[in-house]
Design a protein around this ligand. Structure first.
Ligand code: SF4
Ligand code: SF4
Ligand code: SF4
Length: 165
């Protein structure tokens, strides 16, 4: 059950300002409207959280839903969209301008062979090119990446995060 239906307008305004400032850091559920509209419409009812079969949506700051890919990724089932009554989530069920980014903690960057993320990516957005005299490195194809987060949880060094393009 959501913690509010009628958020105090002043609190909503303040949250909206702080949320907008942090919007580059928070990945909303698929189909989310741009952050300003999303925060305006979302009632924090938790319906999307409860509707998500793989449970990859969690309550974030202020009770607003955000993605959590620690255990698995979004399978694009779109079950979260129709349950959003204020229509803060709308078709298409995509993550807009988000994509994965591979950071310096990657084992391959330290000379250790690892291809776990590439095996997890159904979109084949992470490729490992043969490399003479060294360990092959993961390369992200930004055009293919759907920001599904399937690569995040399996990385043994938590080297993968989600970012805006
Ligand atoms: S599309 Fe499906 S798997 Fe992805 S967040 Fe929505 S309910 Fe969860
Ligand atoms: S799973 Fe993590 S450590 Fe392994 S190649 Fe991918 S980013 Fe690097
Ligand atoms: S977030 Fe991108 S790179 Fe990672 S599994 Fe999904 S499509 Fe592949």
């Amino acid at each position: 059950m959501g913690q509010n239906k009628g958020m105090d307008p002043n609190r909503r305004f303040l949250f909206r300002r702080s949320s907008l400032a942090a919007q580059a850091l928070v990945q909303r559920p698929p189909g989310a409207l741009p952050e300003a509209e999303f925060v305006e419409l979302c009632t924090r009812c938790d319906a999307c959280i409860q509707a998500c079969p793989p449970q990859v949506i969690q309550r974030g700051d202020g009770g607003f839903p955000q993605m959590n890919f620690k255990t698995q990724g979004c399978d694009a089932c779109a079950a979260c969209l129709p349950v959003c009554k204020p229509r803060a989530l709308r078709e298409p069920a995509s993550f807009g301008d988000w994509l994965a980014q591979i950071g310096p903690a990657c084992l391959a960057a330290r000379g250790v062979e690892c291809r776990i993320c590439g095996e997890a990516c159904e979109a084949s957005a992470i490729r490992f090119r043969p490399r003479l005299g060294g360990v092959t490195q993961p390369e992200l194809d930004a055009e293919r990446c759907t920001a599904c987060g399937a690569c995040v949880g399996g990385c043994p060094t938590q080297a993968i995060s989600m970012a805006r393009r």
